[in-house]
Ligand binder design. Structure first.
Ligand code: ZN
Length: 222
């Protein structure tokens, strides 16, 4: 099996379309690590695409916040503003869809979670020190995590944690959409970057009156 692993789409339809285009016909299955919505101007279109492509996804903190299951006060002002905007936009079928997303998923040799295994929605695995508690809970050889929006690969014994970076709001200084292709048999995980129409998305965000800080960071990738 060949897997495409995506994370943190954040309502960025153009970035998601570019990634799906790059993956099309080359993967057996696509897995999403949560935060399909929040920040970006197309939460419903992104949910619809995830459903249409039968992409299996876990829930992220932005899904829980949009559902009112996580306090918006936990978020910074720009993120909180985008969450309120997203709440008003989300259609009932998509609200039901994100309500049904699990916190973790397992596929044989690998598992998927948004943050980490200690705290699935909130944990930031940034380095080996923050990742050890999650490594200790891993029952699979590989674990894919998102949430930091920065690609990362960590080894601990024969276990591996991989973060594919973010499709819709990269924060590693490269504004292009990020994703990983993964072969569980060989263990090969390859990071890919793909261009998308950043300006077009920024234009939509301006029209939606989303916070300027969120608009600008798409260009800098930070
Ligand atoms: Zn995110």
């Amino acid at each position: 099996m060949r897997y495409g692993i995506i994370a943190d789409v954040h309502g960025n339809l153009e970035a998601l379309l570019s990634v799906l285009d790059a993956l099309s016909g080359r993967m057996d299955r696509i897995i999403c690590l949560g935060d399909i919505i929040g920040y970006g101007p197309n939460p419903n279109e992104c949910c619809d695409l995830i459903k249409r492509h039968d992409i299996k996804s876990v829930a992220g903190n932005h899904e829980k916040a949009a559902l009112g299951e996580m306090p918006i006060e936990w978020f910074n002002p720009a993120a909180a503003c985008a969450i309120r905007w997203t709440q008003a936009e989300l259609t009932e079928p998509n609200r039901e869809f994100i309500k049904g997303l699990p916190l973790t998923m397992e596929f044989g040799d690998f598992a998927a979670v948004h943050g980490g295994l200690v705290s699935p929605l909130e944990e930031y695995l940034e380095n080996i020190f923050t990742a050890v508690p999650t490594f200790n809970l891993m029952r699979t050889r590989y674990l894919f995590v998102g949430h930091t929006h920065r690609p990362l690969m960590l080894n601990y014994g024969d276990k591996k944690i991989i973060n594919p970076g973010s499709v819709g709001q990269p924060r590693d200084g490269d504004p292009r959409a990020a994703y990983v292709t993964f072969n569980p048999e060989s263990g090969e995980a390859i990071l890919h970057r793909v261009d998308y129409d950043i300006q077009g998305v920024q234009e939509k965000m301006r029209k939606a009156e989303l916070p300027a800080k969120l608009i600008e960071r798409l260009r800098s990738g930070m």
